[in-house]
Write a protein that binds this ligand. Structure first.
Ligand code: CA
Length: 235
């Protein structure tokens, strides 16, 4: 059976927490409730949730301080945080996003809105699944065996370059912006700079040797994998 996504609700008002928990349970999630930062930390130390719903105004450490703390911790860093703020607190929202929240939702909110936001952050965090084999031009990539070949010769690429190449090969002849690649290959572009993409594209090209020209830079737009690179046609 598929595991239900765990949602840690950090909210000091029992009525609100209960309402959220009931709705989540009815919609295929497994909610856990903590009423303050300390008990939330104990939950996180025990089992990592898939999403954290974090209230802004909490007794003790504020939601903002908690978001910062969990973002700075490598263990909790990948968990999406959805901040719950009061209506009209515009500066709060900005500060929350600055502190590392993935999104915010304003109270009072509808169940549908909450579920949509949770599903959206979960989707954004789920990297493209790697499961098949694909060939473009001289390149073949087999996801099952984690092998890349160029004209039947094995090519050694690092794990990130492999994922990047796989994505490009599955969507060839199309331009992908850096942020699209971060979204699809890294699964999260909130904490990674776009320049990271350039670094891995460079490494990928070097690893591919002659076939590296297939990974084209499209000025001002991003990258494209093509079976017929201009650089080779001109050579
Ligand atoms: Ca509160």
């Amino acid at each position: 059976m598929k595991r239900l996504p765990r949602v840690l609700i950090v909210e000091d008002e029992p009525a609100i927490a209960e309402l959220i928990a009931v709705n989540l349970r009815h919609n295929g999630f497994s909610p856990i409730w903590s009423e303050d930062g300390d008990s939330a930390q104990r939950e996180l130390d025990a089992i990592l949730p898939d999403v954290i719903l974090l209230d802004w105004m909490l007794p003790g450490q504020s939601g903002l301080a908690l978001a910062r703390k969990w973002r700075a911790d490598s263990r909790t860093k990948p968990i999406p945080i959805l901040m719950l703020t009061a209506r009209g607190d515009e500066p709060d929202k900005v500060a929350g996003l600055d502190a590392g929240a993935d999104d915010y939702i304003t109270k009072p909110f509808s169940t549908q809105e909450l579920l949509a936001r949770i599903r959206a952050v979960l989707r954004r965090r789920a990297p493209e699944q790697l499961s098949d084999s694909v060939s473009i031009g001289v390149l073949t990539l087999d996801a099952a065996t984690h092998r890349v070949t160029c004209q039947e010769q094995p090519v050694k690429v690092g794990p990130t370059e492999f994922k990047l190449l796989h994505y490009l090969m599955k969507h060839p002849e199309r331009v992908h912006s850096r942020s699209q690649l971060l979204d699809k290959v890294w699964g999260d572009h909130v904490f990674i700079e776009e320049r990271t993409v350039d670094v891995h594209v460079k490494r990928l090209r070097e690893a591919l040797g002659m076939a590296g020209a297939m990974v084209e830079t499209v000025r001002g737009a991003g990258y494209r994998l093509t079976a017929q690179p201009k650089a080779l046609l001109q050579a």
